[in-house]
Design a binder for this molecule. Structure first.
Ligand SMILES: C[S@@+](CC[C@H](N)C(=O)[O-])C[C@H]1O[C@@H](n2cnc3c(N)ncnc32)[C@H](O)[C@@H]1O
Length: 348
């Protein structure tokens, strides 16, 4: 989302620009916000009065000052493409944060990067698993999909939203040298970390492809097993992704996915929050709807292997939400769960 504040440098124009920047920072919006002060540029928008606000090329207000609630509404009104872009940007940044930490703060952007807390509240301890690669473990998963994935020697395994490669290296332990592991991610910084980790381990049968998992760069019937850890909840259109998993799995192939699901209805201010969204919480759907989407895509033998309750610590809630939203959320009798679910593509 691109927001432009039009005005020829008047004090109310400056104040409006600063107010939008402040609200955007508070709700962690990914919108780009610019001031336009050049009169020729302003005239291109045909506005009759300034200050004016233009969102993605469309004038949404002119000659008056919006309330904070109006600005929040503009910023929260993120469409599907913006949401994907937000996720890509946040996970790119997160890869940089982990670099900044592991390289002892020599990353020049370290101070500007987001806090990791909201992304890591659901992570599992991977450190005792065979194949564990510490540099691939950013703590951003919500389960252990390989645990129920029944991976055999020689299998082709595809990991959706592979991050720095954490589950790919565990899967490689199980496929052995005769198998193949393919991680797919759309965040270039994550891919760079994952490829670096594979090179370091000397693996020639673990590869990382850049791509959107809703439209995978893979032929039909490629995989024996699909795994994924805390990713599908980031996709606004769950039906699309389950159809795509069905396409890339071989007949009789199966998946094991750890993901976040919800029970009960959450306050809109909660689900609109950008950090909660990118942290895999706000974008999750109801458990029954989630399982329904898997069934609709044509899978059989669907089984929830494990359910874990997710508790968001107060400090994380307080960092991202206002007091009223937190109160509504706590009073709402709602639940957040990490589930690990398996299913099979039938032979038709
Ligand atoms: C919560 S992290 C999980 C990473 C990894 N599975 C793990 O457990 O360490 C989500 C990852 O999915 C990727 N991702 C999200 N949406 C995607 C999409 N539509 N296509 C490809 N990758 C995506 C993000 O870039 C990020 O690396």
């Amino acid at each position: 989302m691109k927001i432009e504040v039009l005005g020829t440098g008047c004090s109310s124009c400056k104040a409006l620009y600063e107010k939008i920047v402040k609200v955007a920072a508070e709700i962690q919006s990914s919108a780009t916000i610019n001031k336009v002060e050049d009169i020729t540029e302003i005239m291109k928008y045909n506005v009759m009065a300034t200050p004016a606000v233009v969102i993605d090329g469309k004038v949404v207000m002119q000659g008056s000052l919006p309330k904070e609630s109006q600005i929040k509404e503009w910023l929260s009104n993120t469409n599907i493409l913006d949401k994907k872009e937000l996720v890509k940007q946040r996970y790119n940044d997160l890869a940089l944060v982990s670099d900044a930490k592991s390289k002892c703060c020599c990353n020049p952007y370290a101070a500007e990067l987001p806090s990791k807390k909201v992304y890591t509240i659901m992570s599992e301890d991977y450190s005792k698993l065979k194949g564990y690669e510490p540099d691939a473990d950013l703590g951003v998963g919500c389960g252990l999909p390989t645990q129920y994935a029944r991976i055999q020697k020689g299998d082709t395994v595809v990991d959706l939203g592979s991050g720095a490669g954490n589950d790919c290296f565990i899967a490689r332990e199980e496929t052995g040298e005769t198998g193949r592991v393919i991680g797919i991610d759309f965040a270039p910084q994550m891919l760079a970390k994952a490829r670096n980790n594979a090179t370091k381990r000397g693996f020639t049968n673990v590869e990382f492809l850049e791509g959107d998992i809703e439209n995978m760069p893979l032929a039909d019937n490629t995989a024996d097993v699909v795994v994924s850890n805390c990713v599908l909840n980031l996709l606004p259109e769950k039906d699309k992704i389950f159809r795509e998993i069905y396409r890339v799995l071989k007949p009789n192939g199966h998946f094991c996915i750890s993901d976040v699901v919800l029970n009960g209805h959450f306050p809109k201010e909660f689900t609109d929050n950008a950090a909660m969204y990118a942290g895999c919480i706000a974008s999750a759907i109801q458990r029954e709807d989630y399982l329904g989407e898997i069934e609709k895509a044509g899978f059989i033998d669907i089984k929830v292997e494990r359910t874990k309750t997710v508790t968001i610590p107060d400090e994380v809630l307080e960092e991202h939400l206002d007091a009223t939203t937190i109160q509504k959320y706590k009073a709402g009798n709602v639940g957040i769960y990490s589930i690990t679910v398996t299913g099979k593509r039938p032979v038709l």
